[in-house]
Design a protein around this ligand. Structure first.
Ligand SMILES: [Zn+2]
Length: 105
């Protein structure tokens, strides 16, 4: 049986994300940050959704920091993200999940 406590945790994450990106529609938000796609959302496990939403929050925070300062770095330790392609960067410290990809430009 799935843990009923996940419902509040996931809804709290959605609320935090949506507050950071209020112009997005709910479906858009879940596709942008929740790992949802245009097909097969039926089989996405809630643990994976939760992980994706947490990554989304980290990405929004890093994006806002970049827009304010021009720095692509961890807001906590200031270590620069690793460049993985022309416009994509990944955290390179222990504060942020290394699966997060920040797109700029
Ligand atoms: Zn850091």
């Amino acid at each position: 049986m799935r843990d009923p406590k996940r419902i509040k945790r996931i809804l709290d994450l959605i609320e935090k994300l949506w507050t950071q990106a209020p112009d997005q529609r709910l479906g858009q938000l879940l596709m942008n940050y929740g790992g949802f796609t245009t097909k097969d959302n039926w089989n996405i496990e809630d643990d994976d959704t939760e992980t994706m939403l947490k990554l989304g929050l980290e990405a929004i925070s890093a994006q806002k920091h970049y827009q304010k300062t021009g720095e692509i770095c961890c807001t906590e330790c200031k270590k620069p993200f690793k460049k993985i392609s022309k416009y994509a960067f990944q955290p390179d410290c222990e504060h942020l999940n290394k699966d997060m990809i920040l797109s700029v430009g």
